[in-house]
Structures are given as C-alpha cells and as structure tokens.
Design a protein around this ligand. Structure first.
Ligand SMILES: Nc1ncnc2c1ncn2[C@@H]1O[C@H](COP(=O)(O)OP(=O)(O)O)[C@@H](O)[C@H]1O
Ligand SMILES: [Mg+2]
Length: 260
C-alpha cells in the first residue's frame, strides 16, 4: 500500500503545487515510485508535468465514476492530471452520497508499484480538500511566511481535525512547512517563531526560501533541482525530514544522504 500525503493550505499561493512537484522530483531521484494527483481545477501541476490540457481521462473523470484511476495516470506514470472540468465535477459531487469518500475509494486502485502518493489540493478547504484528507495517511500544511499565515493554518488544521474525527481516523499531521521565506527579514523570522509556538515539533526545520527561480523553473517545466541546485538544498532538506517522518522509507533516506 502506498503512503499518501495530502498537501494543503487554506488559500492559494502558499506553494502547495511547488511542494508536490519538487518533492516528487526528489523522490524520483532516490528511487521512490511516486504518483502525484492534481486536485486543483487550475491544473498547475499538470501543466508543470507537461500534460496537455485536453488529456483524458483526468481526476475529474475518476471522481465522476467515468474512468478507473489507472487509466487516468499520465506523464510516464507520474501524474493524474486535472483541468477546469474538475470544478464542475466538484459541484456535482456535492449532491452525492459518500461524497467525501469518493477519492479514497478511487485511490484504493492505485497499482502496487507506487510507494508514495502526493495529493495537490486546491486553494480552498472545500470538498476536494476534504476528499484528499479522507484518502490520506498524512496531511502536510504549507504556510507562506507572512503575518496572517498562522490564521490560515488554524483553519486548515480545523479541517484536518474534522476529517480525522469523522472520516479518517488514520489521518496524521505530517508537518508544517514555511514557504516563500526570507530569513533575513524580521517578518519571516517572526512567522517561523509563531509557527513553532503553535505547532512545536511538527514544524519542519527546513524552510523554503523565496526566489523568483521557482516561477521561472515552473514556466520552463524544469525541476528546481536542475535549474537552481543551490536553492534546491531547501527541498532536499525538506524531503529528508519528510522521509524521516514516514515509516518504511529508511532506504530512500539513505540514498538522499548520498545525494547531498
Ligand atoms: N519558494 C518560492 N519562492 C518564490 N516563489 C515561489 C516559491 N515557491 C513557489 N513559488 C511561486 O509562487 C506561486 C504559487 O506557488 P504554488 O506552488 O503554485 O502555490 P499554490 O499551489 O499553493 O497555489 C507560483 O508562481 C510559484 O512558482
Ligand atoms: Mg496549486
């Protein structure tokens, strides 16, 4: 059974998609077979993986019961894409029985070869994010280094706790990552301190520095690992902590040490 991580936040622009794509890049390099699932109708992750916008079937077809999950795996077995049709599917799903558990049922069919599944949530805490939390073993929260970060995180944590309480008792908080940070500023340092006060050990030591290189590399569909290896050390450190918090990934963690 693959380990599933939902990457979420209460809003857009906190770096969810970048976390998913870059962790997937690192995992691939340390031999962890990873499937990324795009749950955002904007399809940013799918664009990055160079999946054409009209590729079919997508996660929307899977959630609507029109296609089995295995058929919706594109990009050389790396991604289940999304496009705007997912917005419509989310609306339709809202009226159905078992609407929160649709993704979980679909993911039960993930082929054995996958060790890790990363769910890229949309920029809201609606039904798609709830589906991700119902299907996941772990929640990974992303926070942008700014004053209201904590408030957004509290809202995200409430939804995680609700999902844990009523849909998925196996769900655990994997951690909170501070993203788009500039630790030379008081602003970012205060944001990190606030996170640590609130989430303690759950805050990853690795902080992702802000750099325009992320947008540039996404546009070129190049991994930040190749585009800016100097910055990518942030993500190698994050991946190391992530692997360290997951049972059964010791070998991958050793391989990652050899990379760094
Ligand atoms: N560490 C970073 N520094 C600067 N910009 C970043 C960083 N990480 C991501 N970005 C950029 O910020 C924007 C939002 O990131 P994205 O990962 O799409 O967030 P989300 O999925 O939460 O909406 C994108 O243009 C992305 O390229
Ligand atoms: Mg996104």
């Amino acid at each position: 059974m693959a380990t599933t991580i939902a990457v979420l936040s209460q809003k857009g622009g906190t770096g969810k998609t970048t976390v998913v794509r870059t962790l997937a890049d690192v995992m691939e390099r340390v031999g962890v077979t990873t499937l990324a699932v795009d749950l955002d109708p904007q399809g940013n992750l799918s664009d990055y993986r160079d999946v054409p916008p009209d590729a079919e079937p997508t996660i929307a077809d899977v959630l609507a019961g029109r296609a089995p999950l295995v058929q919706a795996i594109h990009g050389d077995g790396t991604i289940v894409p999304a496009n705007l049709s997912l917005a419509e599917t989310e609306l339709a799903l809202g009226g159905k029985m078992g609407r929160e558990l649709t993704l979980r049922k679909a993911l039960a069919e993930i082929p054995e070869r996958y060790q890790l599944v990363l769910l890229d949530c949309p920029p809201s805490l609606g039904l798609l994010t709830v589906n991700a939390l119902a299907a996941a073993d772990y929640a990974l929260l992303t926070a942008q280094a700014q004053y209201f970060a904590l408030q957004g995180l509290e809202q995200a944590m409430e939804v995680v706790e609700l999902a844990h309480g009523s849909l998925n008792s196996g769900l655990e908080l994997l951690g909170v990552v501070l993203n788009l940070a500039d630790m030379r500023t008081v602003h970012s340092r205060e944001a990190l301190e606030a996170l640590k006060e609130h989430f303690g050990e759950k805050v990853f030591q690795a902080v992702i520095r802000a750099s325009i290189a992320y947008a540039e590399s996404a546009e070129r569909a190049v991994s930040i690992l190749d585009f800016r290896p100097d910055l990518a050390t942030d993500y190698l450190a994050l991946a190391e902590e992530v692997l360290g918090r997951l049972p059964g990934f010791e070998l991958a963690q050793e391989r990652l040490w050899q990379l760094t």
